[in-house]
Design a protein around this ligand. Structure first.
Ligand SMILES: NC(=O)C1=CN([C@@H]2O[C@H](COP(=O)(O)OP(=O)(O)OC[C@H]3O[C@@H](n4cnc5c(N)ncnc54)[C@H](OP(=O)(O)O)[C@@H]3O)[C@@H](O)[C@H]2O)C=CC1
Ligand SMILES: CCCCC/C=C\CC(=O)/C=C/C=C/C=C/[C@@H](O)CCCC(=O)O
Length: 330
């Protein structure tokens, strides 16, 4: 569809209809000449856990679902963006959209042709950055330490475990199926267990690291986190990244309460949202891309075909059907 049909509409409030009509026409011409518009098509769309709590809190029926995409520029009136360029955008579940370019992130110039562009939504995108910020800035992980991560075979968790290994740590992960556990061992986790089938989470955590954990990267919250907190070493650090076990709750879960283990072991616990750490984006993406290209950071994607399958891909990811990053190929 030609860009002219997407012309920016600026309709100022004016007192007289005639004045309003004239002013509207002038501002629309202004938009046509001076707003350097782009028309983009989504190529890959992301389905992420945050969509559940944020949509429950902020959206009403009929709204366009929130979310990010890798998109290709198909028409350009902006000299800064050539047709065919791939970008990451945050424009919700849409096949096409227009932009003035200000809200787009270019893929790094060094992105090789051989690498799937969908990784810009996963290992080399927001989830990878979450792992990077959570481990290096929140947990302040140091070589020789022991790191625990849950939802470990997912988009964030699988990067957490591998970055912990790159950083010289022992890493313990858990996931919800035996095949996910096998994958974790395959990508270098020292210990991994299926949290759904172990007789006791407490025993499984003790067995995997009898001396306890220096860092706990929590993606799950709820019961798992309540048990894991008792396995922290003195001065341990907990990055509260996600609470997926609670996103569907309509009634908040009750304790156990965390004060006693926090005091006894002088623990630090800090929640974070990756987008608040945007000043680390460039450095993080560069490091993640380098590790992927060196073969030190492996990735797996759960690719669902076709835009109309977005809801199925989203629900499937929340139910644990994904290995690695869940994306939809339009
Ligand atoms: N703070 C931040 O800025 C960010 C936070 N996050 C958070 O990180 C976490 C992981 O996100 P992401 O890597 O994208 O998603 P994943 O790719 O890990 O997919 C979600 C996984 O969560 C697991 N899961 C679902 N329900 C439960 C449950 N009740 N108990 C335990 N595990 C469960 C499933 O794996 P399994 O089969 O192992 O159960 C599922 O595959 C989420 O909590 C998310 O909100 C993500 C990005 C940014
Ligand atoms: C309303 C209760 C919220 C509870 C916490 C829920 C989830 C935590 C979480 O998963 C947060 C994720 C935030 C992701 C943000 C992404 C955007 O900034 C998109 C960025 C696009 C990009 O840079 O790649």
């Amino acid at each position: 569809m030609p860009i002219g049909l997407f012309k920016l509409r600026v309709v100022p409030v004016a007192f007289f209809d005639l004045w309003n009509l004239c002013f509207t026409a002038v501002t629309q011409e202004f938009a046509l000449f001076f707003v350097a518009e782009l028309l983009l098509e989504s190529v890959f769309l992301s389905v992420d856990p945050y969509m559940r709590p944020y949509s429950k809190r902020d959206m009403k029926e009929g709204d366009v679902m929130i979310g990010t995409q890798v998109a290709r520029i198909v028409e350009s009136k902006n000299p800064a963006f050539a047709v065919g360029t791939f970008v990451v955008a945050n424009r919700g579940w849409r096949t096409h959209f227009i932009s003035d370019g200000k809200d787009l992130n270019l893929l790094p110039a060094s992105w090789p042709e051989s690498l799937p562009k969908s990784l810009a939504l996963g290992t080399v995108g927001m989830p990878g950055l979450t792992a990077y910020v959570g481990l290096f800035e929140i947990c302040k992980m140091k070589p020789g330490e022991t790191v625990l991560v849950n939802a470990a075979a997912g988009a964030v968790g699988s990067v957490v475990g591998q970055l912990a290994k790159i950083g010289g740590c022992k890493v313990v992960g858990c996931a919800g199926s035996d095949s996910k556990v096998a994958y974790l061992k395959n990508i270098g986790f020292d210990e991994a267990f299926n949290y759904k089938t172990v007789a006791s989470l407490d025993e499984a955590l003790r067995k995997a690291s009898p001396d306890g954990y220096d860092c706990f990267f929590d993606n799950v919250g709820g019961e798992f986190a309540s048990i894991a907190i008792n396995h922290m070493k003195k001065f341990g650090r907990i990055a509260v990244c996600g609470a997926i076990s609670q996103y569907n709750d309509s009634v908040p879960q009750k304790g156990p309460y965390i004060q006693i283990p926090m005091i006894f072991n002088e623990l630090s616990m800090k929640g974070f949202i990756v987008s608040s750490w945007h000043n680390h984006r460039e450095e993080g993406v560069k490091a993640l891309l380098k590790w992927v290209l060196e073969g030190k950071l492996k990735y797996h994607e759960q690719v669902t075909e076709r835009f109309e399958n977005m809801p199925a891909a989203f629900i499937g990811m929340l139910k644990g059907e994904n290995l690695g990053k869940a994306v939809v190929k339009v």
